[in-house]
Write a new protein. Structure first.
Length: 221
């Protein structure tokens, strides 16, 4: 197994779960983040993973928080957080996104452009310009669609690009096939944005209020 992506989801008030696109049979839950972190090596061994070392170079830990906006729309806000590493840029963006959900900032028209998972949540993935499309794809299940949140400093303070992204064929609901734009799994998010904008794709952007609504908990997995 080349890379292993582990997604730890915090269902506030209901505990934590762990899943991985590379381990389809993996499904486990614990009451607290401490419990699920402590039990992760055993959980991985039981799931038949190639390693039970969460700190291994080919293991990527993603922290995800379930949120519901004032109108009942459910979201999953996800960020990559390297164990014992700096993730301040991603945490800042995750905070903006979580705050936007909590305050109901996104309009009906904007929500309509945020793809739904089969479970009816909207998955928001925090992305940096240097992330590759393949790396993002590998943290998603085969039929997942998500909205990538990327900082848009040239647009305004705390502005973000909102880029719909789905696994099959790198298609997005911006009406552009990323492969036709000359992109591949080694292309970066920055290259994707440049290609979309060069093709006159209407990439949505929005300035979000400052927020720390997303507080990273898995800092020492």
């Amino acid at each position: 197994m080349k890379n292993l992506h582990l997604v730890f989801t915090n269902y506030e008030g209901f505990g934590w779960s762990i899943h991985s696109p590379q381990l389809p049979g993996l499904a486990a839950g614990r009451t607290t983040s401490t419990d699920i972190v402590n039990d992760t090596p055993e959980i991985l061994r039981f799931a038949g993973a190639s390693t039970d070392d969460v700190g291994a170079p080919n293991v990527y830990v993603h922290e995800e928080h379930a949120r519901t906006d004032p109108y009942g729309n459910e979201y999953l806000i996800r960020m990559y957080g390297p164990p014992n590493g700096d993730a301040s840029d991603r945490e800042h963006l995750a905070g903006l996104a979580a705050g936007a959900v909590d305050d109901g900032i996104w309009t009906d028209a904007e929500r309509a452009k945020q793809p739904l998972l089969s479970t009816e949540e909207r998955l928001i993935i925090v992305a940096l310009p240097t992330d590759t499309l393949g790396w993002i794809r590998d943290q998603m299940d085969s039929d997942d669609s998500a909205t990538l949140i990327v900082a848009a400093p040239g647009v305004g303070a705390n502005a973000v690009w909102n880029v719909p992204y789905s696994v099959p064929g790198f298609e997005s609901n911006l009406g552009r096939d990323l492969v036709e734009l000359g992109l591949s799994d080694t292309s970066t998010v920055d290259e994707m944005l440049r290609a979309l904008l060069a093709a006159d794709a209407a990439v949505p952007s929005k300035a979000l209020p400052e927020s720390t609504a997303f507080r990273r908990e898995l800092t020492s997995v």
